[in-house]
Write a protein that binds this ligand. Sequence first.
Ligand SMILES: [Fe+2]
Length: 415
Amino acid sequence: MMKSTGFARSGDKSNSEFFEIYLERLLEQRDHSGLTDMIGSIEALMITVEPGNSIKYIEELSLMTPYHYLVTLDAPKHLTHILRIDMNSPDILLREVKNPDYYDIFRSLNDLYPAGMQRPHSRYLGEILRVSDREHVLELQQAREFRFFSPESLATLDLPSNVSISKPSPYTHNVVGYMERTTDEARVYHPLGKCSILPRVQDAYEKAKELQAALNISDLILPIDHLATRVYSQNREAALLEYLALSSYYYWGSYDIVDQNSSTNVCKSVRNVPESASPAKVFTANNLPYCVNHLDRLPSPTETFVRNFGARLHHIALSVKDGERGNKENIEFVVEAIANQGKGFLLDVVGSREAGLKQVFSQASEYSALIIEYVQRYGDFQGFFTRENVALLTEAAGTQEVNITHPTTPPTTSD
Ligand SMILES: [Fe+2]
């Protein structure tokens, strides 16, 4: 039986007594139930974009990440493009809604928020986790009061029928899916319609990869390091406990970023696998809720983001190979090359060799609203950030967040 307790704790943010007691109880029960043994690494990420935007987004991801375009599945309401690095890292299922008037539960989550509704179909849905016995995991999770889409609902949503998918979390709005696969089996997502390589997608992908190679950065950008979700202040502990109940991750620790009135909270796989195989999950929350902010007037970029977009994934962080190229640190070489192609970054690269790592945020993608973070670690540094870096990154991302007090009227579902 795998053991999820007893890991060294990092960070300096203290939690409530409730959290510490229930964290221990939850992990022990998860281990004893067999769920920790049955639930494995992150197999895939699911992202949806607006009609007409998936090719542009694939082009962007092909330049900025190690992902390759594999194939497209054509279902009634969505095209689902499969992007892959290799079988050692998660896939990306990039879904494009076909009809702008399409409406589903994921759109309804966007429509509730003034910035979310600007791109009503575009959001990160969640992760698919690999399991050894899908039926058993589903049965145990349902007995623990977690809710799942019915097979009929998954078919209506054009989501794969060989994956059991939870209802969106009330804390993060993300879903968790379970897919059964043995080590020697291929990853397949079915039935999502006719499978083919679309020439116009292949073309855009190849051009972006040629550019990536010409810029001499292809070998420097490594797989995903962590996925960072932003939640409301009051949901921080519940979001952590919920993800731990649904996954086989453990609580690594939390850092208080006092300058930004925010904390960064990290969960990692209990298995001895690198982040490239199963990215760390980071949850960021304001220290104080917005409703008391008029008293102290502290910076609150995280709470403002959540009020504008709703709880959701904020960024995908990719590792950059440690080393130097062209008399620059690799991360600076990569950022300069990509910035020269017209892609914006929110700040200069922050951090140092002495601090253990350097980091930077891209501007949010106009297709997914997701930010790409690059992180270069030196030597055997294990952390995900330094306090100074996170304060600067959070502040920079906060410049994107204005208080939207006059939301536009939600788009109607038909003309
Ligand atoms: Fe990050």
